[in-house]
Design a protein around this ligand. Structure first.
Ligand SMILES: *Cc1c(COP(=O)(O)O)cnc(C)c1O
Length: 378
């Protein structure tokens, strides 16, 4: 079945008791046990709830994995996944990962005893050279945030499989509509479902999907024990948001493809980072592993002052953290998503203070272009 059809019917698309067109919101923390130790499918909502389970099943179906799990946020999903490792383990992590992922690896999990080295995952020889005998996992994002760099996902998955270590990808930017890393051999796909999957900037949620059942069950035990589960109402909202993922992604992507070359041709714009542009160095690899360039791009202006003027003058997009909403969102990585990263680390990664990230929403692209142009002309 085509992805668009699976999207509509994934999970429990009708309620088995009443035929209702959506799964009910089971607002219950606990479930009656017929006798001590005799339970039906559920006993306590931290361990399992029918509404959350419908979402988890949908996530697994869409990513083509064996087990899907829903968490209170993207960071809750990432943190819970990191608990699969042991103190003393070594991880290789792409340099250009989400600022929050960088923060927990360099603070919380470092204190816990996990050692992370950051490596430019777009360069295969750099990844090979950074592997250590005690490396137990590789974490990457492609396209990366905020520079939209492309990592060859099949290479990373194969390398990890050869070594018998875990391969983990944050698939937030593409979503399974555009890219399914588990089909390329990744062990785990993670999402900040707060972004495109929910799509309406009104829910905070995270998902993890495991390719194999045994790994998924291991993570399910962590989910239950650690307890960073997604609430029942938010699970329902996310299920609803996900049904329109394909049409939203297509529209946002069409807007990004319209805007990227126009931005690149403007005198005040130094560089545009977007895997849909022919000059993007990762385009060929991205085209092989994803079915479209997505709806996020970033661009550099002449100076941080120019960024300040632009963000004050622009009227249509939200100027805020986050991405993947129906409304366009402009953000300034240096002071927002990557503020958790020290300035010297940002500079080393090429994240300039003059960089702006744009998540293209569902406004008419001509209106966005007119607004951006007037704000940059100032
Ligand atoms: C937002 C984001 C996260 C964190 O997710 P939250 O839902 O905000 O906790 C992780 N990875 C990427 C790529 C993100 O964009």
């Amino acid at each position: 079945m085509q992805f668009k059809s699976r999207l509509i019917h994934a999970g429990t698309s009708r309620d088995p008791f009443t035929g209702a067109s959506s799964v009910p919101v089971y607002l219950a923390s606990t479930f009656d046990q017929r006798a001590p130790r005799v339970t039906d499918a559920y006993d306590y909502t931290r361990s399992g709830n029918p509404t959350r389970e419908s979402l988890e099943q949908a996530a697994a179906e869409l990513e083509k994995g064996a087990v899907g799990l829903a968490f209170a946020s993207g960071m809750a999903a990432i943190s819970s996944v990191l608990l699969l490792f042991q103190p003393g383990d070594h991880l290789l992590v792409g340099t250009d990962v989400y600022g929050g992922t960088f923060r927990i690896l360099t603070t919380l999990f470092r204190r816990w005893g996990l050692h992370a080295d950051f490596v430019d995952s777009t360069r295969q020889e750099a990844v090979n050279a950074a592997l250590r005998p005690d490396t137990r996992g590789i974490i990457v994002e492609s396209p990366s945030n905020p520079l939209l760099k492309i990592t060859d996902l099949a290479f990373i998955a194969q390398l990890a499989a050869q070594r018998g270590i875990l391969s983990i990808v944050d698939n937030t930017f593409c979503t399974p509509f555009l890219q399914r890393p588990l089909e390329l051999g990744f062990d785990l796909a993670l999402h900040s479902a707060t972004k495109f999957l929910n799509g309406h900037s009104d829910v905070l949620a995270g998902l993890a999907v495991a390719r194999e059942k045994s790994l998924g069950e291991k993570l399910r035990r962590i989910q239950n024990a650690f307890g960073a589960v997604l609430g029942v109402q938010d699970s329902w909202l996310l299920l609803r948001g996900m049904k329109t993922l394909a049409v939203r992604m297509e529209a946002g992507q069409a807007g990004a493809m319209f805007l990227a070359p126009k931005l690149a041709a403007l005198p005040g714009v130094r560089r545009v980072h977007y895997p849909g542009l022919p000059e993007h160095p990762g385009k060929a690899v991205h085209d092989l592993q994803a079915s479209g360039p997505g709806a996020v791009l970033s661009f550099e202006l002449e100076s941080p002052e120019a960024v300040g003027r632009f963000l004050r003058r622009v009227t249509l997009p939200l100027v805020s953290v986050s991405l993947g909403g129906v409304e366009s969102i402009l953000s300034h990585p240096a002071t927002m998503s990557h503020a958790a990263m020290p300035p010297e680390e940002r500079a080393a990664r090429g994240i300039s203070d003059a960089l702006v990230r744009l998540s293209v929403g569902l406004e008419h692209p001509e209106d966005l272009w007119a607004d951006i142009r007037q704000a940059l002309a100032a």
